[in-house]
Design a protein around this ligand. Structure first.
Ligand SMILES: [Ca+2]
Ligand SMILES: [Ca+2]
Length: 378
């Protein structure tokens, strides 16, 4: 399932999709668009006005009239059976950091697995909690699994107090959800969850690249810090995306093993293209995946760049509907840039111009000033 296994090294390694921004970077894609090409080569008579629309015509006094409170995320934190006390305190600390992040983000937070265990069946409680959640909503649902996992060669499981939950069972429980969903399974042996839970409108992150990575996984303890760490904010838009947190936590987990002089026994993956194939952090440069999976499968990282637990100033000014519209426009631009090699220059730039103008008009009509990302991070 790991994408590296399906990579054709001769044709695909080193492929750079130049200029493909992700997420909020598109709010200033026009600036990069211009900065990377000589004006005389890019339909100058059309694009100069475009630049004006996207940059100077965007009102610099942002309206605070939009209500973004109705699409605050719900975060379900599931702390699994600790096994040994040492792991228990580690898991409690992770859950505590997630809860603090949720408090700062003013989102709904539900924690399972930390109360009195005497009568507890967390399997049933997780199932009931998911059943009670709204299935259609503009608000994101985050499911964070903190604990140990197992894999018997066929099925991955997450260890709960009481019966464990399998990847198949969790996939069934999540099937009715149409709202955007992020599942972060930080346990050992977690990779099978990526295959089973992958789908449209979903980001699935696992601490391991196979069910056979069975040692205690450290990815989660870095991830719960990265999600609120300004240093993870690669594009400097004043918010940490799910992708940015994944990249930082993956790097830090790798550095842990290097520092200990040990071979890494965990390799985290992210899938948000819905194809059940995960992408490791070292396939990214900045926020762009620079390696392509086999058979031109969709690259990962686009949706994950649009998930933010703590929203930056620009995001807070957008209403839920506006955010959906903006996200769709940004994704359309990114996906169009993916097609560059298959289009003529005229076809490519004509459509790109149309999309950029639409994005510019969006910001103009909604009186929002985009945050300025660091273009060098892309
Ligand atoms: Ca960011
Ligand atoms: Ca994928």
């Amino acid at each position: 399932m790991w994408k590296s296994e399906s990579l054709n090294p001769k044709s695909e390694v080193g492929v750079r999709r130049r200029g493909v921004g992700t997420g909020v970077g598109l709010r200033f894609l026009s600036l990069r668009f211009f900065s990377r090409r000589r004006p005389e080569r890019i339909l100058p008579t059309k694009l100069l006005p475009l630049y004006v629309v996207l940059w100077f015509a965007i009102p610099m006094t942002a309206s605070a009239s939009q209500d973004s409170s109705t699409d605050r995320a719900t975060v379900i934190i599931v702390v699994g059976a600790p096994g040994e006390a040492e792991f228990g305190s580690n898991f409690v600390r992770q859950a505590s950091l997630w809860e603090k992040a949720c408090e700062s983000a003013e989102c709904r937070c539900i924690t399972l697995g930390l109360d009195d265990a005497s009568q507890t069946n967390d399997f049933a409680r997780l199932k009931q909690t998911l059943e009670a959640e709204t299935k259609d909503s503009l608000s994101d649902l985050w499911l964070v699994l903190i604990g140990h996992g197992t894999f018997d060669g066929k099925e991955g499981k997450f260890n709960l107090r009481g019966p464990d939950v399998s990847a198949t069972e969790l996939a069934l429980w999540l099937q009715p959800f149409h709202r955007r969903l992020a599942v972060i399974n930080t346990a050992s042996c977690s990779a099978p969850f990526l295959n089973k839970l992958s789908g449209t409108n979903r980001v699935v992150i696992t601490a391991t690249r196979s069910g056979n990575e069975q040692n205690f996984a450290r990815f989660g303890q870095y991830f719960c810090e990265a999600i609120t760490n300004p240093e993870a904010d690669l594009d400097k838009d004043q918010q940490v995306s799910l992708l940015e947190a994944f990249l930082m936590a993956s790097r830090q987990a790798g550095e842990f093993y290097k520092g200990e002089g040990r071979l890494a026994t965990e390799h985290a993956l992210l899938d948000d293209s819905g194809d059940g194939l995960g992408t490791p952090a070292d396939w990214f440069r900045g926020l762009r995946a620079i390696k392509r999976p086999k058979d031109n499968a969709a690259v990962d990282g686009l949706l994950a760049q649009q998930f933010h637990l703590l929203r930056g100033p620009t995001e807070q000014k957008l209403s839920p509907d506006q955010r959906v519209r903006r996200d769709a426009l940004e994704r359309a631009i990114i996906l169009h840039r993916e097609k560059k090699e298959r289009l003529t220059e005229d076809e490519y730039y004509r459509e790109l111009e149309r999309l950029l103008l639409e994005l510019g008009r969006f910001y103009e009509s909604n009186s929002v000033t985009p945050a300025v990302p660091d273009r060098d991070s892309k």
